[in-house]
Ligand binder design. Sequence first.
Ligand SMILES: [Zn+2]
Length: 70
Amino acid sequence: MKVKTSPECPKCGHRMKRFPPGRKDEYHVHCAECDYDFGRFDHFQAQFRHAIEELEAQLHRHDAEEDGRG
Ligand SMILES: [Zn+2]
C-alpha cells in the first residue's frame, strides 16, 4: 500500500511511501520512488504515529466498502 505522508525522503524528496501489508515488526517502510529504507515499521510507527492512524483509517474505510457490497 502506498501512502503520501511526511517525512520527505532524504534521497529523492518524495513523500510517497510503501507500507508493509501488515503490522509485523520485521517489515520495513520504503520510499515508493527510490526504495529508500526508512527503517523498521515498528520504529516508523512510534515516530510517525499520525501516519499510521491515517493508514488505518484508510484500511477501515476499505473494509467497510468491501462489506457494503454484495
Ligand atoms: Zn526516495
